[in-house]
Design a protein around this ligand. Structure first.
Ligand code: C2E
Ligand code: CA
Ligand code: CA
Length: 406
């Protein structure tokens, strides 16, 4: 039998009111009575038996034991150390932590009322926010932001901007990436890095994603027949892509706007949790509809050659870190060249992100990268700026030295 087990004979205390919360217990066998003394009388709260958890409350909120626990039959208990519980709580979603602490506060307050002691104020705020630590975003402000994001979607307060994608071969802008924006009434503009991450924690990402897709179709429709070949790439999060009716929703939206589905491209970001099977099935269904799928942010974070090998992406988007560093770093340049070659070898197209200068564009063109995106070609702008981007001359062919004839 391991050291973590404790035997408590009938009538002995497991712990007493006021004891420090050293650990919690899982009752393996036997029965425990949880009680308190009130005016010289015993007030019994509960009887616990095999499989029940005992004494976790004081461990969670680090307060002295608030009741006595006595074995009413011989007990075998498994000790659960404080750090076992604390570690799980730390790993949990911060909102779950808030809910657990709020419930405990409420429970303790109820206990005090039963015992005729002054009620402790139950605030979902103070101690909970403090428990989040200085560096982590406050769980409660996260909750607040989430509620505000829900109303922002309902009130149509999000906007979508479009950043040009330049085709080196055709020497013109051929498509755009749709990027969602949120202008908060009090906080001003909130970065999608913040609110998309928040939305991705819950199913809230679904309406945000649908919104971006609708706006993409609207923008393509507004361009008219003159630009019927132009595409818009829409970012899709893992949670969205695995939603069962995602492709049906995609198809229905393009039909609603009378947009050929081939004019929509999906961008899926690499992540540790990328579900091969789900993405494989998604790509297959998209290809049936003529929708191409891009692997976003390749080369940083969780890049895996397994993704490239097993999933038939049409486009691979090289993260902007490559574009930024390759001019000053020969190793980065060699890697960029190698990755572009590899992408072409598997029959996919390569897009380089974060192109800010003509010099970078020229070098990437020499490396054989077909699509370029970045501030040099245009910032993300409202749909009204699309026409300008599609008809603008970028003059790259003129500035490019020793450029082979197109
Ligand atoms: P991303 O998909 O990698 O988008 C490219 C980001 O790089 C955009 O940031 C864009 O504004 C920025 N960018 C483009 N060109 C340049 C450049 O030349 N230099 C620099 N320094 N930056 C450039 P943004 O708009 O802040 O979006 C951040 C991320 O938020 C996106 O990264 C994407 O992952 C996510 N996101 C945005 N909208 C949506 C959406 O509707 N759905 C989902 N799931 N994610 C979205
Ligand atoms: Ca993207
Ligand atoms: Ca990207």
């Amino acid at each position: 039998m391991s050291d973590s087990r404790r035997h408590v004979a009938t009538g002995e205390a497991v712990f007493r009111e006021g004891d420090p919360p050293n650990c919690a217990y899982l009752i393996d066998s036997g029965r425990v009575e949880v009680s308190t003394q009130q005016g010289g009388k015993k007030l019994i709260f509960s009887y616990l038996g095999a499989g029940d958890l005992l004494g976790e409350m004081a461990v969670i909120d680090d307060a002295p034991r608030s009741a006595d626990a006595f074995a009413v039959s011989d007990c075998v208990l498994t000790e659960i150390r404080r750090d076992q519980i604390q570690e799980r709580l730390k790993e949990a979603d911060s909102i779950i932590r808030v809910l657990v602490h709020a419930l405990l506060q409420r429970y303790r307050s109820g206990l005090n009322a039963v015992r005729g002691r002054p009620k402790t104020a139950v605030s979902a705020g103070t101690s909970l926010d403090a428990s989040e630590g200085a560096n982590s975003p406050h769980a409660l402000s996260k909750f607040r932001l989430e509620s505000q994001l829900i109303s922002a979607i309902e009130r149509d307060e999000l906007t979508v901007v479009f950043q040009p994608v330049y085709d080196v071969k055709l020497r013109q802008v051929v498509g755009f990436e749709a990027l969602t924006r949120w202008h908060h009434p009090e906080r001003g503009p909130i970065s999608p890095v913040e609110f998309i991450a928040l939305a991705e924690e819950t199913s809230l990402i679904l309406p945000v994603g649908q919104y971006a897709l609708r706006k993409a179709c609207e923008a393509l429709k507004a361009l008219g027949d003159e630009f019927s070949e132009v595409f818009v790439a829409v970012n899709v999060s893992a949670r969205q892509s695995s939603a069962p009716d995602f492709v049906n929703m995609l198809k229905a939206t393009t039909e609603l706007y009378n947009i050929a589905p081939q004019r929509i491209e999906l961008e899926i970001t690499e992540s540790l949790t990328l579900d091969y099977k789900a993405v494989e099935a998604l790509i297959e269904r998209c290809h049936e509809l003529g929708i191409s799928v891009a692997l976003d942010d390749f080369g940083t974070g969780y890049s895996s050659l397994g993704h490239l090998h097993r999933l038939k992406f049409d486009v691979v988007k090289l993260d902007q870190a490559f574009t930024r560093q390759m001019m000053d770093d020969s190793r980065c340049m060699a890697l960029t060249r190698g990755i572009a070659t590899m992408i072409h070898a598997i029959g996919a197209e390569c897009l380089a992100e974060g192109v800010e200068t003509a010099e970078q564009a020229i070098v990437l063109e020499r490396l054989g990268v077909r699509y370029l995106q970045g501030w040099f070609f245009g910032r993300p702008e409202p749909p009204s700026a699309m026409y300008g981007a599609l008809t603008r001359e970028y003059g790259l062919a003129v500035t490019a030295p020793s450029q082979p004839e197109a």
